[in-house]
Ligand binder design. Structure first.
Ligand code: ARG
Length: 460
């Protein structure tokens, strides 16, 4: 039996299927960098505290570096019989440096070791996602500035509602992402706590210095309760829940991109390099990247559900169930990173067909509210104005003309208060420019929001 790391009290070898069933090295080997980093910090601390000798620590540090090089070179003898990344590395260390390797695990358990490894790994993944979120936001701000004077129909119920600045629409996406970024940063605060020293569940009898390992691994503070530290996976759930929300946002953007790239609207042209063709229909150029991002949102939502259900009802402290946290967490982090990268690259590179977006806004009586507001300014109560304009729209629908295309005499038939200046409020540009308050779609307002966004993104 290869499992000499724990087999002392056993009288028979592990069942072959159970060995396979319980092995995790094929996916947790991904944590090797964090595992080695944590082990080095632990070994240095043990030597500093006189728990192991400095010579042993030196041999351990050198051995772990050599193992890292071996892994990176693809020459490490990964062995599923050694269960997980931790025992694979520890067994190899002892194979390479002998006796000293066996002292590394002093005052430590795989329970605090894995909790530390995942936190370190997820901290890097979180920082990477925050970086990509910011790059995407910067791209949206550039696009918003380019298209601030472009008119697009704003929709409710996917029916033409009111004209808006295309830049305003891009800045709406930007706002969603600023909240996502703040959520990731907030989750990182609770993530960045250091479990090492909690050992199996109760702490250790050795004179350890948790502050030292905490500092070496750049955590904010050591965890305050050993039972909690080895069993807490809140940080993974928080990451997955934030990732799920980011993906929900990206899936909404994806849906709009698909709609806008369709000849049904023809609002945008996606760069060829982000689209794919059909194996049968030679004319096709499909928005697969947007569709894949929309699809990957399902995986991330699934990962969140898996993690929540994994932890539900678990008694303290560590339970082996927790080994099941890694695949959904890795999958969520990968899908999030790749989706953010794809959109950060693709979205700012799209072309807006300004004539098409403008024409679509012209078609749907998008300035009907503006005519009602015009009548209100002339003293008509809003409800009455609404009814008057409704009749004008009905006439426009019947004759296939926009309100702006009706002669003044005809408009005056609906209300004698209508005068020649009405055509200023019936233009798309006039309609958009009139919504000139904080948060409104007037290009002047959008420009101000863009300037604020640029200043924010330039900070730290
Ligand atoms: N591989 C385990 C995990 O991923 C860590 C090892 C703890 N195993 C144990 N039998 N206590 O959670």
């Amino acid at each position: 039996d290869k499992n000499t790391l724990w087999s002392g009290r056993f009288s028979e070898a592990t069942d072959a299927f159970v060995a396979q069933f319980s092995a995790s090295e094929h996916f947790d080997r991904r944590l090797y960098r964090e595992d080695i980093r944590g082990s080095k910090a632990h070994a240095r601390m043990l030597a500093h505290q006189g728990v192991i000798s400095q010579d042993d620590a030196d041999a351990i540090l050198e051995g772990l570096d050599a193992i890292a090089a071996e892994i990176e070179a693809g020459e490490f003898p990964w062995d599923p019989a050694l269960e997980d990344v931790h025992m694979n590395i520890e067994a190899r260390l002892t194979e390479r440096i002998g006796e000293a390797g066996k002292r590394l695990h002093t005052g430590r358990s795989r329970n605090d070791q894995i909790a530390t490894d995942i936190r370190l790994w997820l901290r890097t993944a979180t920082d990477e996602s925050i970086g990509l979120l910011r790059r995407f936001q910067a791209g949206l701000v550039d696009l918003a500035e380019r298209e601030v004077d472009t008119i697009i129909p704003g929709f409710t119920h996917l029916q033409v509602a009111q004209p808006v600045s295309f830049g305003h629409h891009m800045m709406a996406w930007y706002e969603m992402l600023t909240r996502d970024e703040a959520r990731l940063a907030d989750a990182r605060v609770r993530l960045n706590q250091m479990p090492l020293g909690s050992a199996a569940l109760a702490g250790t009898t050795f004179n350890i210095d948790r502050g030292m390992t905490c500092e070496a691994l750049a955590f904010d503070a050591p965890t305050r309760n050993s039972l909690d530290a080895v069993s807490d996976r809140d940080f993974a759930i928080e990451f997955a829940s934030t990732a799920a929300l980011v993906m929900t946002h990206l899936s909404r953007m994806a849906e709009e991109l698909v709609l806008w790239a369709s000849p049904l609207t023809g609002f945008i042209e996606l760069p060829d390099r982000f689209c794919t063709g059909s194996s049968i229909m030679p004319q096709k150029k499909n928005p697969d990247v947007a569709e894949l991002v929309r699809g990957k949102s399902a995986r991330v939502h699934g990962a969140l559900h898996t993690l929540l259900t994994l932890m539900k009802g678990q008694a303290l402290a560590y339970n082996r169930d927790n080994q099941e946290d890694k695949e959904p967490l890795f999958d969520a982090a990968d899908a999030l990173r790749d989706s953010l990268r794809a959109f950060a690259d693709m979205v700012p590179a799209m072309t807006v067909n300004r004539d098409r977006t403008r024409a679509a806004a012209r078609e749907g009586f998008a300035t009907a509210t503006d005519l009602a507001d015009y009548l209100v300014r002339k003293g008509v109560a809003f409800r009455d104005a609404h009814a008057i304009v409704g009749q004008a729209v009905a006439a426009g629908v019947a004759s296939g003309r926009d309100l702006a295309d009706m002669p003044l005499a005809e408009l005056q038939g609906f209300s004698a208060l209508i005068e020649a200046d009405v055509y200023e409020v019936l233009t798309l540009e006039g309609s958009v420019a009139a919504r000139d308050h904080f948060g409104g779609t007037a290009p002047a307002q959008v420009r101000a929001r863009i300037a604020e966004a640029r200043a924010r993104l330039a900070e730290d």
